[in-house]
Design a protein around this ligand. Structure first.
Ligand code: SF4
Ligand code: FES
Length: 254
């Protein structure tokens, strides 16, 4: 008989209290949490709601909380969850009553923290996107149509490379400041802001504009240096370190 894995899943319908449901899924080699969710949807409950797109850790859609650690469902292998070293000093993430969770045997799957649940594992990410848009994280200038259209030395490109890797998955929204302050721009928006502040191709005017936006009360000054963002980010973006660099830029410009 095929080896199986037990799951305890957070379930919620609009206007209903959350509940937890148990499922047992036959394992196959390399099976990911996302594949287990598909199995549950296909074989037990077609109404189970979760997000995904690329299945390759690129689109940032499949973020969930697995055994109390925010992570990408498509990048997390079922067989490795229990043995995985958890990032240190994560905040306590509470979604509902899990007093009967068998931690040794059941993998617990819950939504992204600090966002409103729309249904099951699907959360409303609009505040996340609103803060992202607020920072205006893009280049704005007249491009020369002649080659090279945009020049940047490899050193300059290298200096922002890790920030460019952000896939906007929202895992860093598990920051305790996001839990307590609904207006906090959040680690990824601030890191995205720094990605352009530090881009050698940005105009001085736009750079100043982004600096002003990220330096508002609920931006960089609200960061309490937990660095949870650095520890949960699946792409090595290190938003907390970017926030620290913005502080340095701001103080240098003062
Ligand atoms: S900084 Fe990392 S954790 Fe945050 S949204 Fe970007 S990729 Fe995800
Ligand atoms: S499905 Fe795209 S990152 Fe997981």
């Amino acid at each position: 008989m095929a080896e199986t894995q037990k799951f305890l899943l957070f379930r919620k319908k609009a206007n209903e209290e959350p509940r937890y449901e148990r499922y047992e899924v036959p394992l196959r080699k390399g099976m990911t949490i996302l594949e287990a969710l598909f199995y549950i949807q296909d074989h037990f409950d077609s109404t189970l709601a979760f997000r995904y797109s690329c299945r390759g850790a690129i689109c940032g859609s499949c973020s969930v909380t697995v055994d109390k650690v925010p992570q990408l469902a498509c990048k997390t292998q079922v067989s490795k969850v229990k043995a995985a070293k958890k990032p240190p000093k994560l905040p306590e993430l509470n979604f509902g009553d899990i007093s009967d969770w068998n931690k040794e045997e059941e993998i617990l799957i819950e939504p992204l923290p600090n966002m409103e649940v729309v249904k099951d594992l699907v959360v409303d990410m609009e505040p996340f996107w609103a803060f992202y848009r607020e920072v205006e994280p893009y280049l704005e200038r007249e491009w020369n149509d002649e080659s090279p259209e945009s020049t940047q030395s490899s050193e300059d490109a290298k200096s922002i490379e890790n920030l460019v890797y952000c896939i906007l998955c929202g895992l860093c929204w598990s920051c305790p400041v996001n839990a307590s302050n609904k207006d906090y721009l959040g680690p990824s928006s601030l890191a995205k802001g720094y990605r352009f502040i530090a881009d050698s191709r940005i105009s001085d005017e736009h750079r100043e504009g982004i600096l002003e936006k990220v330096w508002k009360k609920d931006g960089v000054p609200a960061c309490e240096k937990f660095f949870v963002c650095n520890r949960v980010c699946p792409k090595g973006v290190k938003p907390g370190t970017a926030i620290k660099k913005i502080r340095e830029e701001w103080l240098r410009d003062e």
